[in-house]
Design a protein around this ligand. Structure first.
Ligand code: CAA
Length: 396
């Protein structure tokens, strides 16, 4: 007989708190996001009302301690909530991910006490929207080669920032941005500095909004700095430390993107199982055909493998709080595998649904369009492979 005692340690048991946030995210996502997702995808409008509600529920700063306006939970809680929100709509989860990881995690790790109070509290609580800006028109994967510049004024009080940044998630609406720009170009990546930007100040201009294949309700744009004066107290970390800060934030971000990939894959998978049971062809449910069964088996297996890689990365991030060890490999493996799974699963889901998979009457085609971005942003699959291989070969 298997007793409760003998089962101890042989399951990945979630805590009550982790189950609570997962269930709260699931209920909210299914009730409030699922009914509006198609409409917002069509219009491309930013879903401010639901994002504000998510903020009030603690989803915009899950790992941020309560004293800084967050929910004070751990990384497992974060990935569970991300998965549930993404399962309803990838756009909502994109906005949530950037707020939580790329914005809040970077400031929580490198910010001073004053900076945490000023820049995190309103964003973790969802009152304000945070963004992260590293990419430029001519520097994407090769992030260390940026052209934008920040120059310290003679009085040493302000940096004057000029340049153009691109592909900024929430760029059209962000109140605050963690910006990476070059302060000492001759030092290459060691000359990049991170700045905390208040977008209401003069010299900050929102550029063109990107028309996109998927995650259409998550607004993305260029941003332009025209002699923007940034006070020296808004430097995040040390001058020249920006590249490292950007990479540390991306390690956290990639776990979030992996979780959103898992969420959309699950949504597509569950719809496919239901359809394979209900749809008949040649006098039988299509699920009785081996060609559909093979798809279902491969979809399910890759989803569960993604989940384990995500938990592995989340636990590595939680351990790194105490050990200080990097978890770049774990984060990149989770993102690589989960995002390629999301593409594999959503592609198979369209095929299983046939014509209905291609129709806007069902969300399947949206899942397929939305999934693609997870293989591109916060480091392409090629970059994730580069990170994993370099770390394994000792080339970092
Ligand atoms: N943590 C801490 N430090 C790190 C690090 C990490 N994860 N990764 C690199 N570093 C440090 C290295 O140790 C090294 O430090 P030293 O100079 O002191 O030795 C320094 O950074 C340079 O490292 P590399 O030589 O490895 O740098 P590289 O130029 O070869 O680039 C890269 C490495 C992994 C390819 C990196 O450029 C990269 O991740 N590129 C992809 C960028 C990306 O993901 N962009 C997406 C932006 S966000 C977005 O998509 C939009 C949005 O709004 C969501």
């Amino acid at each position: 007989m298997v007793t409760t005692r003998s089962m101890e340690g042989i399951s990945l048991e979630l805590s009550e708190e982790q189950k609570m946030i997962r269930d709260a995210a699931r209920n909210f996502a299914q009730k409030e996001i699922v009914p509006i997702a198609a409409e917002y995808d069509e219009s491309g409008e930013f879903p401010l009302d639901t994002i504000k509600k998510m903020g009030a529920m603690g989803f915009m700063g899950i790992e941020v301690p309560e004293e800084y306006g967050g929910a004070g939970m751990d990384t497992i809680a974060y990935v569970l909530a991300m998965e549930e929100i993404a399962k309803a709509d990838v756009s909502h989860s994109t906005i949530m991910s950037v707020n939580n990881s790329l914005y809040c995690h970077g400031i929580m790790t490198f910010g001073t006490e004053e900076q945490k109070k000023k820049w995190i509290v309103p964003v973790a609580s969802g009152e304000k929207i945070g963004a992260y800006s590293l990419t430029e028109p001519m520097s994407g994967s090769d992030a260390g080669t940026m052209k934008s510049r920040a120059v310290l004024n003679d009085a040493g009080t302000h940096y004057v920032i000029n340049g153009r940044k691109s592909w900024v998630t929430s760029g059209p609406v962000a109140d605050y941005i963690v910006l990476f720009t070059m302060t000492e170009p001759e030092k290459k990546h060691k000359g990049i500095t991170a700045f905390l930007i208040d977008t209401s100040l003069p010299g900050f201009v929102r550029g063109k909004k990107e028309p996109k294949l998927g995650i259409r309700a998550s607004a993305t744009s260029e941003i332009v700095f025209e002699s923007y004066e940034c006070p020296v107290e808004n430097v995040l970390g040390q001058p020249g430390e920006g590249f490292k800060i950007s990479m540390v934030a991306l390690d956290a971000g990639r776990i979030g993107i992996a979780s959103q990939a898992l969420g959309v894959a699950e949504a597509a998978y569950e719809a496919s199982v239901q359809y394979a049971r209900e749809r008949h062809a040649f006098g039988q449910p299509i699920g009785s055909f081996q060609m559909i069964q093979q798809k279902i088996a491969d979809m399910k297996t890759r989803i569960e493998a993604s989940r384990l890689l995500i938990y592995n990365a989340a636990l590595a991030k939680m351990r790194s709080k105490y050990t200080g060890e990097r978890y770049s490999t774990e984060a990149s493996m989770a993102k690589l595998f989960a995002s390629e799974t999301a593409m594999f699963v959503t592609h198979a889901a369209v095929q299983i649904h046939g014509g209905m998979g291609y129709s806007k009457e069902l969300p399947i085609e949206r899942y397929f369009r939305d999934a693609k971005i997870t293989e591109i942003y916060e480091g392409t699959s090629e970059i994730q492979r580069m990170v994993i291989a370099r770390n394994e070969l000792g080339l970092r």
